[in-house]
Design a protein around this ligand. Sequence first.
Ligand code: CAA
Length: 252
Amino acid sequence: MDIENKVIVITGAAQGLGKTFANDLAARKARLALADINMEQLEQVRGACEEAGIEARAYELNVADEPAVEKLFEQVVVDFGTVDVLINNAGITRDGLMARKKDEEIKKMSLANWQAVIDVNLTGTFLCGREFFVKLLEQKKPGVCVNISSISRSGNLGQSNYTATKAGVAEMTVTWAKEMARHGIRVGAIAPGYINTEMVAAIREDVKQKIIEQIPIRRLGDPSEISHSVFYILENDYFTGRVIECDGGLRI
Ligand code: CAA
């Protein structure tokens, strides 16, 4: 697929990897439908994309809200006339150990923190993928869906909720690729390692240093290094049903 002029929906576009994808795809002259729950920050991203000379629109969206996701894809097709690509990126963390004993006090991961991450990262990814495919089938056209998994899909201390969702996202990618190939639709995923975003910045400094020491390349990834993987999935017409691991060699 040629990226230029394609209509690309990016969820979670107000910050982190989503914001970088928006800027980097604007530089490649895509047309962008940017969605996020945080409209104030999203407007800034939209403005920056427009300055790159492309059409960019901002949409308020909670990816876990089924009617809202259905409405978003309806509206994108009305506004742009079509849709070609989904970057299924919105995600949150609520890190904490399952059960932890410190100074005789036992703490545990709350059900609320479990559910919040499942709702956004797993249900949200499912809903956005489904509605994107519905629109492609209605229009009888090919397209590409890029899911964002994580190195944490293989298990990570303090992330029971997040690992469950990111493993689910990786395996849904394989399933969707098998289901959608007959319609000319490809589905790929990226499992980033520790990338220099707000999410990683929020990790306690001492813990973050321990993590960086374990990365063979000895540094955090740059968000644009993950955009590079997005470009690869979009541009390689033989790529589907697989997960690109871009993590500085951290995953064993
Ligand atoms: N590697 C090595 N050691 C680690 C570690 C890691 N990844 N994570 C935690 N530890 C260590 C801590 O340093 C601590 O060691 P000591 O007991 O020797 O001091 C021990 O494990 C217990 O941890 P805490 O004292 O920090 O326990 P806590 O209850 O205060 O906090 C926690 C638990 C919130 C999970 C915290 O350890 C933490 O934030 N860990 C990092 C979790 C993480 O990797 N999150 C990724 C966020 S970014 C992201 O998710 C994007 C992505 O896709 C990768």
